[in-house]
Each structure stands twice: as structure tokens, then as C-alpha cells.
Ligand binder design. Structure first.
Ligand SMILES: [Ca+2]
Ligand SMILES: [Ca+2]
Length: 328
């Protein structure tokens, strides 16, 4: 095997001890792909991006400390603003042992989550709808470039999140129809330039109206369902792990969804499929699969938001007694 100069440079740059190169980039620059859908950004070792947080991490992946698999996991999306029509996921896991990157003990993991969940300058707890600045390393995986720790628990690879503006609100979701993402044969539309098709929407908040969920019997937290429109086009719907998926039944009939347009391709080298719509929580309204975070009723103790404080609320409370969320 012949090492090209670029490969040698890339290797040297990744070795701990050298000063990593860094640049402020747009989400579009960071998410650029080649004709296979593989990420092309390689100009610096680390990047800085700014945007709006689209989800609360613990509603997307379970941060609970564990000694199996990847252990606890943490992920949120940040969406570009103005002309920067793209978005990026920030990912972190407790255990990288299968990749040779070490692991966090339960105590270290809780501390690392806490560091990521709070603004280092004010102590403010980040929430979806905040404008943040992220500084970190990155890795391409199955169709998107994630900002992450390069699967290493050493602090040299830390991701840093800073508050720019609190509570600016979620971006207005872009209303799309499935024919913008699927062709007439119900196949994903892939455009290398990312000016159209699935790539154009990846990493962003979208709304799809007048669809139905075709396999509601599979409704459960973390499930993958399928939506369909009147043209027969379908799309994978990934449910997060927000408590609404357990508390409320699957909405029926023609509904709307507001989701993060995600990609997890079936391959790591040809990444033109695996697009899905990820809804991280649901407020039970029956018409739009989303979570607006503002419950009606104004009754303290109405845990399940059915406008009555009773034993159903108490049962949820008792069932979850003394559970703690690490890092918050
Ligand atoms: Ca992609
Ligand atoms: Ca209640």
C-alpha cells in the first residue's frame, strides 16, 4: 500500500500532541458530499459551527450510564440559519471500547454530560430553541458528518458547546411534500450538490402534512414506523424516546408531522439512502406528531396532561420514583 502525502498529513494531524487546525465553517461546508454521498470536508482537524438546537438530547438517545454496547449516548441536532440550509448532529457516547477509544466511568460520564449540557460561561442549561456555538472534532458516518469526540474518551477530543442566544425558539419547520424526497418509484432522491432532494433537507426541521402512519401497531418509543401520502410515496418515521410515545396512543387518520430530517445510510461507503424523519417527543394532541413543550391546563402535578390530577399521575410518579437523569 502506498501512502499518499495527504494520507500521511491526515494521520500526523490526528495524533495527539499536535495543535489541531480549526476553522469556522457553515453547515453546508461541513456536510458537503461526493457522488457516493460520502462527506468531503477535510480542510481542518476541528470545526466551529453555529446554529439552533433542534432537540433535547435525552429525548433522542438514552444518556443513562451502562456497561454494555456504547453505554450512555447523547445526540442533538443544530440547524444552520439564513442561507446556511443544512444542519449537523453532535454525538457522544460513554463507551468507545470497540473502536479502541476507551470509556467513561459512570461518574466521569455524568460529569461529561453535565459539561455538555451547560453553558461554561453562565451555567445555563441548554434546551432546544437555543442558538449555540459548537467547537469540536468531526467524523463522517453513514451519510452525514457528525461533530463528535472521534470516538475517544480522552479530554483532548472534547466537544465544546457555548451559548450564543438563549431561547430564540425553534426554527420554523420547512413544509415539504414527499415528492421532494422520493421519486415516482418511491426511491430516495439523492442530489450530490445538496440543492434538492433528501440531502437538501438533511439535518433540518421539516413539516409534512396530510400523511398517515401505516403501521401504527408498532408505535413505541424508539420504534421506526412508516408514513405514506396520497401518491403512495412512503417515508421512514423514527420515533425518539420522549415520554409522550409511552403516554399517548399513535395518532390516527390524516395527520401532520414535524421532524428532524436525518440520514443513517445502509452502507458507510455508498450513502444515498437511509433517510428518515426523526420525531423526538409527542404531546398527544392527535393531529400533529410533534411536541410543543407547552401543556394546557396549568395544574401542578398533572403529569400525564389530561387536565386532572389523580391516581394516574401518582402511578407515573411512583413508577419513576428516584430515577435521576445524569448530567442535568
Ligand atoms: Ca447525506
Ligand atoms: Ca393527570
Amino acid at each position: 500500500m502506498v501512502l499518499t502525502a495527504m494520507m500521511v498529513l491526515a494521520f500526523v494531524a490526528g495524533v495527539k500532541g499536535d495543535d489541531p487546525t480549526i476553522a469556522e465553517v457553515t453547515h453546508q461546508q461541513l456536510q458537503a458530499v461526493d457522488s457516493d454521498g460520502v462527506g468531503t470536508y477535510a480542510a481542518t482537524d476541528k470545526v466551529i459551527v453555529t446554529g439552533i438546537v433542534l432537540n433535547n438530547p435525552e429525548e433522542m438517545l438514552d444518556p443513562t450510564s451502562s456497561t454494555s454496547g456504547m453505554g450512555g449516548q447523547y445526540q442533538f441536532y443544530v440547524q444552520g440559519e439564513d442561507d446556511d440550509h443544512a444542519g449537523t448532529a453532535v454525538y457522544m457516547a460513554q463507551r468507545y471500547v470497540y473502536m479502541g477509544g476507551g470509556y467513561y466511568t459512570e461518574e466521569q460520564w455524568s460529569s461529561e454530560l453535565s459539561r455538555m449540557n451547560h453553558d461554561p460561561n453562565t451555567g445555563y442549561t441548554f434546551q432546544m430553541g437555543d442558538r449555540v456555538k459548537i467547537t469540536g472534532w468531526y467524523m463522517f458516518y453513514k451519510g452525514k458528518v457528525n461533530i463528535n469526540e472521534k470516538h475517544k474518551s480522552d479530554s483532548f477530543y472534547d466537544v465544546n458547546v457555548e451559548l450564543v442566544t438563549p431561547a430564540v425558539g425553534l426554527p420554523h419547520p420547512e413544509t415539504i411534500t414527499l415528492d421532494l424526497a422520493k421519486d415516482g418509484n418511491d426511491q430516495f432522491i439523492f442530489d450530490q450538490t445538496r440543492a434538492t432532494g433528501c440531502e437538501y433537507y438533511q439535518g433540518r426541521l421539516v413539516r409534512v402534512d396530510d400523511i398517515n402512519i401505516v403501521n401504527s401497531e408498532n408505535w413505541a418509543a424508539n420504534a421506526t414506523l412508516t408514513i405514506a401520502d396520497s401518491t403512495g410515496r412512503t417515508f421512514p418515521l423514527k420515533l425518539g424516546i420522549g415520554d409522550g410515545f409511552t403516554r399517548y396512543p399513535c395518532p390516527t387518520g390524516q395527520i401532520s408531522i414535524i421532524a428532524i430530517f436525518d440520514q443513517e445510510a445502509s452502507s458507510t461507503t455508498i450513502c444515498q439512502d437511509g433517510y428518515r424523519l426523526w420525531v423526538t417527543n409527542y404531546d398527544g394532541n392527535g393531529l400533529v406528531l410533534t411536541d410543543r413543550g407547552h401543556k394546557r391546563g396549568n395544574l401542578p402535578g398533572d403529569i400525564n396532561s389530561d387536565y386532572t390530577v389523580d391516581f394516574y399521575d401518582f402511578a407515573e410518579l411512583a413508577n419513576n420514583w428516584l430515577i435521576q437523569r445524569p448530567g442535568l
